[in-house]
Design a protein around this ligand. Structure first.
Ligand code: PMP
Length: 359
């Protein structure tokens, strides 16, 4: 399998000789994902969770099958713990609005790391502003590690919520989520994991990690844009008010009020992205067919080759750890005296697509 040419599975890449290296931003999609989305509209299209006629029932089945596959993929105990969202950002915002805003009090502490993506920072800045909670930062080393002493000193009785990326989108380092969860739970805090960069590249087991919430995006996992996943522990989701209100998230409505649908539909207001969910299920099937052992070994070999090549470039500095196996396929670098946008533009003229800018 290691020598297989996966490129031919991707229509956009198969037809072109660009070197697309911006996979951390969004991945290309294999034909099987495009086919699955199209198949939904060609064979099962109706508004899921509504129609009582056969097509409507089939549309619902397709959507719920996708949820079951996602639940197995992240080892959730139940499909009720899997909420379909648009992306990681929406999943984290759901937790910020529906869990954190009603819970947090002035003086409570929210802990994030200094390496978070804006999507796992701005929602917590909002919660802190609105509740009077204090937002604190965990500093990492140059290599991107979070030493035990730093974690132990920062997670205290005041900590109510810790939000951390499982894999950094800048350094590619894998954060010690298991250790963070253990320390946080000892103090009664919940842990929100941003799995945008981990779910596509390594096995994620929400039950073994014992995380409270975990979010990722379909489009970074070769799935469609506009479909994402929020995992939440059932007992927490059960107690939370809905994030958005409207159609499909209700069980009954009167002039004065409504009772909400059961999990997971309570958190899925409005017409859902069922074709996107079917596409995501196809992407997961594709990943599982190749297997994470192969994916991880291949990514490590490519990272090693990239780092060896980059090290020969004068004035170039690779950020983060020395070892390619600690990069999860992400290599960030600077070139002394050259603006990153210029580096990207010059590479682009050779058909090499990279991300550049403020991270
Ligand atoms: N978190 C991390 C670590 C990411 O890398 C990204 C995407 N670059 C996001 C969150 C946001 O993902 P999305 O735009 O799909 O919501």
């Amino acid at each position: 399998d290691f020598k297989m040419d996966y490129k031919k599975d991707f229509p956009l890449l198969a037809e072109s000789d660009i070197a697309y290296l911006d996979n951390a931003a969004t991945e290309q999609r294999p034909a099987c994902v495009l086919d699955a989305e199209r198949e939904f509209y060609e064979r099962w299209n109706a508004n899921p969770l509504r129609g009582l006629y056969e097509l409507g029932v089939e549309a619902t089945e397709q959507y719920e099958h996708a949820r079951e596959r996602v639940a197995r993929f992240v080892h959730a105990k139940s499909e009720r713990e899997i909420i379909f969202t648009r992306n990681t950002t929406e999943g984290i915002n759901l937790v910020a609005y529906s869990y954190a805003l009603p819970q947090l009090k002035p003086g409570d502490e929210i802990l994030v790391t200094i390496m978070e993506h804006h999507s796992n920072l701005l929602p917590w800045q909002m919660v802190a502003r609105q509740t009077g909670a204090v937002l604190k930062f965990l500093e990492c080393t140059q290599e991107g590690t979070l030493p035990d002493e730093v974690l132990e000193a920062a997670i205290t009785e005041k900590t109510k919520l810790v939000a951390v990326a499982q894999v950094s989108n800048v350094l590619g380092c894998v954060n010690p989520v298991e250790k963070i969860v253990k320390l946080a739970h000892e103090k009664g805090a919940v842990v929100v994991v941003d799995a945008a960069q981990s779910a596509p590249h390594m096995p994620v087991d929400v039950t073994a990690l014992d995380v409270d919430f975990l979010a990722f995006s379909g489009h970074k996992l070769m799935g469609p844009m506009g479909i994402g996943v929020l995992y939440g522990k059932e007992e927490l989701l059960e107690k939370m008010p809905p994030f958005l209100t409207g159609g499909e998230m209700i069980s009954s409505v009167t002039r004065e009020g409504a009772t909400y649908a059961k999990l997971p539909h309570k958190f899925e207001a409005g017409t859902v992205n069922a074709a996107g969910a079917a596409g995501l299920a196809a992407a997961i099937r594709y990943v599982e067919k190749i297997g994470f052992d192969t994916i991880m070994a291949k990514e490590e070999a490519l990272t090693k080759r990239a780092m060896e090549g980059l090290k020969k470039v004068p004035h170039l500095h690779i950020l983060g750890d020395e070892a390619p196996e600690n990069h999860t396929g992400i290599v960030a670098f600077t070139i002394e005296g050259v603006h990153p946008h210029d580096v990207s533009e010059i590479l682009s003229s050779d058909g090499i697509d990279v991300r550049a800018g403020h991270h």
